[in-house]
Write a protein of this length. Structure first.
Length: 79
């Protein structure tokens, strides 16, 4: 794993640990969906920026079908 991947993984882990601390023993709900939603939008924003808003290029970088990317961009109100 590259150092950049390790750093992102560590950031996510640290954020999740703080999240559970902040819950103070309460049980989380729909954690998986919440995390995906919260990570997906900034991922799409940054990739689109670096791809010069070229959806085909961004879809390729993300390993997604262009139509899937477009749906996600609409869902996150990024178009």
């Amino acid at each position: 794993m590259s150092p950049a991947n390790t750093n992102i993984e560590a950031c996510v882990r640290d954020s999740l640990l703080r999240y559970f601390e902040d819950l103070g023993g309460e049980s989380p709900e729909d954690l998986y969906e919440m995390l995906l939603r919260l990570v997906e939008k900034p991922l799409l924003e940054v990739v689109m920026q670096h791809a010069g808003n070229n959806q085909s290029r961004a879809a390729e970088w993300l390993g997604l079908n262009r139509n899937t990317l477009r749906k996600k961009l609409v869902d996150h109100r990024l178009l």
